[in-house]
Ligand binder design. Sequence first.
Ligand code: FAD
Length: 380
Amino acid sequence: MTSGKPMKILVAGGGPAGLFFSIIAKRAVPAAAIHVRERNPQGVTYGWGVAFSESAADALRPAAPDVIGALTANTRHDRMVISLDGVGVPVQVGGSHLNARWSLLATLEKFALEAGVVIEHECEATVTDSDLADWDLVIGADGVNSLTRERFAERFRPSVELGGNWMAWYGTPKPYPPSIILQNSEHGVLMVHASGFSAGMSNFTVEVGQETFDRLGFADMTEDESRELCERLFADSLEGAPLRSNHSPWFQTKFVSCARWTHRNLVLIGDALHTVHPSIGSGTRFAMRDAVYLTQALSGAGWDVEVGLKEFERVRKPVADAFQAAAKRSIAWYEGLPSRTITHPTKFALEYLMRTGRVSYRDFRRENREVVLGYERDLR
Ligand SMILES: Cc1cc2nc3c(=O)[nH]c(=O)nc-3n(C[C@H](O)[C@H](O)[C@H](O)COP(=O)(O)OP(=O)(O)OC[C@H]3O[C@@H](n4cnc5c(N)ncnc54)[C@H](O)[C@@H]3O)c2cc1C
């Protein structure tokens, strides 16, 4: 850009981080050539619905009001049900919108194409030194298992911690409000995060600790066998509805952070750079916020890549670190559940909502007066 030639930007990975960056960067510098390389065919992705909180939408809206408008036009919830052994406590929570992950990506892709971004599907992006020489700016947005991060690991010095719990991300046609379902069972504690994301489908993410995972023998089962066993384990809640898979193997979450964020003209963003945790339902927003901070830093530097990337890390890191610290508290809370005895559903709801330290008892009491009064009466 500074040499007067149109800038060339390569984006490895067409997830929320890579696509949102491409849209807002192309709008900011229409002359730039922006190429996204995505390994999946168009319309193919893992997972089911993702939550997008209203506060996330508010934070992202100024960067692209039309895009955020499209992502918040769908299913909206502002109540949640937190259940312990079949007793549900409905609570008021901040509003959130849910989109199927495939439609969220299709929406972002549509805006990217309209802006003039080139998207190559079924294209493996293995960023090399010659890519760094050929492109003015290279963005590693290739997700939690980023090959870009691993290829330049000496420079980024990543830390990847494996979660102690196991998760499987299913869908179900049963309509669920956003729900946390905890069941004490003879096999140990069984947990589910469920939430409707379209008229006909809900997420149903099962989470269990290592001991329960071993006792149930999930490690030796096929994806279908695991799904069928989960249908039986949660039969009361599912009331006959099936569970469905979409590349839904058991996995342990990876908590990623990097000591350095850039290498020459290469920068990581989104899950490739740092993750939160599915239990706080904010990874998409976290990834898209990286895109906004990066574009702002580059714009502020007149698209001087060296200056802009330094500024991105300087401004974004403290905010991202604080968010990751909240996610760590959520992970610790979930991983501690199997070793504790919780018998009161409202106490469970309270603990759940306060687990990251971002909601206080006073906040909870203000939003859920009747629920809390009932609980305080029970304690007397
Ligand atoms: C069970 C579960 C539930 C979740 N629920 C929520 C939720 O409710 N709300 C929320 O905000 N977030 C949620 N998340 C997190 C969210 O999905 C991620 O944080 C978010 O997708 C990160 O975006 P990203 O663009 O950085 O990475 P990704 O979405 O992973 O995108 C990376 C892209 O890069 C592509 N890619 C990877 N390697 C290559 C390569 N070598 N070459 C080319 N392409 C490549 C991938 O195919 C993918 O399309 C959840 C995650 C899980 C696992």
